[in-house]
Design a protein around this ligand. Structure first.
Ligand code: IPE
Ligand code: IPE
Ligand code: MG
Ligand code: MG
Length: 326
């Protein structure tokens, strides 16, 4: 389980009213239907991905960005399904790129089926996402989601480009977080806002901020573990050469870390030792504080004209993202 916890998700669904519960149920049903009716490949590997226990944070944001209480509509269900399918596709591909064996506590598609199957499954999930949006009559949601999917790809490429490069600093790291995670949270909020007739720029900025904070905290959790809590092995980022804010900051504070050749970190035990050093440097608190500040800014982006109910539901998500772990 990553941040925010399932308890937050449940609280937000409750805040969204009966409509939110109905939309979220329809989103589940529709995703299962989509992956089961487009060939055996998608049914098996896509099905495992969809039912592996994701938190559904992005569909939830689509719902509450539209308005609270949530009004059930086909357009809202389509948008929520499409965002979650892009998210799922990205994770399947991300695990190929990162060489990850474990996600949500279960074997990844690449671990169980190999690279080719994982690439094809991700591609199929992407394709179903856009087909789902195209089933509606609006062009704007398609523009929003395709921009997000492009940004995501750019973010993943940037991260690979930057691998092992100890010259990567905070600014570039934050831009990467924006591209690979912030922009899809932005898209979720914009799609909801479009459906609900709420100002899309302001909600989009809110979404992007909490997305960036979410990635920051995910990167903190990669250092703290434990795997039983995160569903992913500890120190994965280190082992694949990904410099995240905890390490970037820790290198400024600890000369021994600054001199460390990242390529020399090869085993889980070595990675754990470096994680301990990062923790001892105080860099994790620095990264958490940064995430808190980003979330506070994001909340400041929420427009005046929102109803109190909608504002507090959105703030509930924002607070869930910064829930402290110690
Ligand atoms: C994981 O996202 C990838 C990141 C952006 C850090 P989530 O933590 O939202 O993934 P699931 O769907 O709930 O597993
Ligand atoms: C997040 O990147 C996945 C994307 C947004 C593409 P990470 O590689 O940090 O996420 P996890 O740790 O695999 O979930
Ligand atoms: Mg990864
Ligand atoms: Mg990655």
């Amino acid at each position: 389980v990553s941040v925010p916890g399932v308890a937050t998700v449940e609280a937000v669904v409750e805040a969204g009213g009966a409509g939110a519960g109905r939309v979220m149920t329809r989103v589940e049903e529709r995703m299962v239907e989509l992956v089961s009716t487009h060939g055996e490949l998608l049914a098996r590997h896509g099905g495992e991905t969809i039912t592996a226990g994701g938190k559904r944070l992005r569909p939830l944001l689509v719902c509450i960005a539209a308005g609270v209480p949530v009004e059930e509509s086909d357009a809202l269900v389509r948008a929520a399904v499409a965002v979650e399918l892009v998210h799922a596709a990205t994770l399947v591909h991300d695990d190929v790129i990162d060489g990850a064996d474990l996600r949500r506590g279960k074997p990844t598609v690449v671990a169980s089926g190999g690279r080719l199957l994982a690439l094809a499954t991700g591609d199929l999930l992407f394709s179903r996402a856009f087909a789902e949006l195209a089933a509606g009559s609006e062009i704007e949601p398609i523009r929003v989601l395709s921009a997000a999917a492009s940004a995501l790809a750019a973010g993943e490429l940037m991260q690979r480009d930057d691998a092992w490069n100890s010259a990567v600093g905070q600014e570039r790291y934050l831009e990467r977080c924006r591209l690979k995670t912030g922009v899809l949270f932005r898209a979720a909020c914009e799609l909801g806002a479009l459906a609900g007739g709420v100002p899309i720029d302001a909600l989009g900025r809110f979404g992007e901020g909490i997305g960036v904070a979410f990635q920051l905290l995910d990167d903190v959790l990669d250092v703290t573990g434990p795997a039983a809590r995160t569903g992913k092995p500890r120190g994965t980022d280190l082992l694949d050469g990904t410099l995240t804010l905890p390490l970037i900051e820790a290198r400024k504070r600890d000369p021994q870390l600054a001199e460390l050749d990242l390529r020399a970190v090869e085993t889980a035990e070595q990675a754990a030792a470096v994680c301990d050093r990062i923790e001892a440097s105080g860099a994790l608190d620095f990264a958490r504080d940064h995430a808190l500040a980003v979330v506070a800014d994001a909340k400041g982006c929420l427009p005046e004209l929102l109803s109190d109910a909608q504002r507090s539901a959105l703030e509930l998500v924002a607070d869930g993202v910064v829930e402290r772990y110690s």
